[in-house]
Ligand binder design. Structure first.
Ligand code: G3P
Ligand code: CA
Length: 305
């Protein structure tokens, strides 16, 4: 990452950790699952490309293997983005998710050694057949010093009843990697995120010293002022679905007035509606609606001003 960018991104992370004004000097370009429009999500290829495309932060969705290792994977199960079904045909669990019952190869039922045998790239394009699911440590080793890290504690409810303390594992990883605390590694700011409300509260209570962003979507009624009042003093910012911000633009001002940041998701060139381009869409959110940062599959299209 360019040096000037590193300095301003650090300023943003410091601001987001509380105690100082939450308005970053520079809008942050967060590569969603890496440069996932162009390479298979959560692979070294996607993360490397995100760095080349100038991302300020690279996102990792985190899951936990059977042997307790943090890996970078969006779904709780492996079948969408790997060849697990071919390699381990009998190792599925019947799950009912969103009202549908189906077979799922849960990442938490596989050891890291087993997961490392999987092809994590061919589903996207045969050119990426050599890609493997990275561990969080491998992601950090690649990204450290070049951009910030934006790990999400994904689907924490999967681990309830499985004797996995997801929050403790993330805390231990940040300790081990010397990334705990504001400015622990000035060139590698860290921001934690989760949709899990109890997980966000647990992260806050642990006082890890890095910003904590609560993700949310909403259907039906939404009270922006109540949302801000509920979470002020617990999290350092919000990661709303972009439709929430579009429908409730006052939410940005209310959050900022409370010292909280707003980082909507997800901006994709492949799914633009109502704008001429994804750059135009991102520019509207950044410079008209005033959000602080955003998650995009297309970090190369992030509009700078
Ligand atoms: O974490 C922000 C955004 O990535 C949330 O959506 O489902 O892609 O993790 P998802
Ligand atoms: Ca995510």
């Amino acid at each position: 990452m360019r040096r000037a960018a590193a300095v301003t991104v650090v300023a943003m992370a410091a601001a987001m950790s509380g105690g100082v004004a939450a308005q970053p000097a520079r809008k942050a370009n967060v590569a969603h699952r890496g440069a996932s429009a162009y390479a298979p999500e959560h692979t070294i290829a996607a993360y490397t490309l995100a760095l080349r495309q100038g991302a300020d932060f690279v996102e990792q969705d985190l899951a936990v293997t059977k042997d307790g290792v943090l890996i970078c994977l969006h779904d709780p199960s492996l079948e969408r983005t790997t060849d697990v079904e071919q390699k381990f045909p009998a190792r599925f669990t019947e799950v009912t998710w969103e009202g549908k019952t189906r077979k799922a190869w849960l990442a938490n039922d596989f050891t890291l050694a087993e997961i490392k045998t999987l092809d994590a790239g061919s589903w996207f394009d045969a050119r990426f057949a050599d890609q493997r699911i990275p561990t969080f440590d491998e992601a950090v080793a690649l990204i450290r010093g070049k951009a910030g890290l934006y790990p999400e504690l994904k689907t924490p409810e999967i681990y309830e009843g499985r004797d996995v303390d997801f929050v403790a594992l993330v805390e231990a990883a940040l300790d081990r990697l010397a990334l705990r605390g504001a400015g622990a590694d000035p060139r590698t700011p860290v921001i934690l995120q989760t949709f899990g409300e109890s997980t966000a509260q647990a992260l806050s209570a642990r006082k890890i010293g890095v910003p904590v962003v609560l993700l949310f979507d909403t259907r039906g009624s939404f009270d922006a002022a109540a949302k801000v009042a509920q979470w002020k003093g617990i999290v350092t910012g919000f990661g709303p679905a972009k439709d929430v911000v579009a429908a409730h633009p006052e939410f940005v001002r209310l959050a900022h007035d409370a010292g909280l940041t707003v980082t909507p998701y997800t901006f994709r060139a492949a799914a633009v509606r109502g704008y001429a381009s994804v750059q135009d869409e991102m520019a509207h959110f950044l410079y008209t609606l005033g959000v602080d940062a955003l998650f995009t599959d297309n970090p190369d299209r992030f509009p700078r001003r």
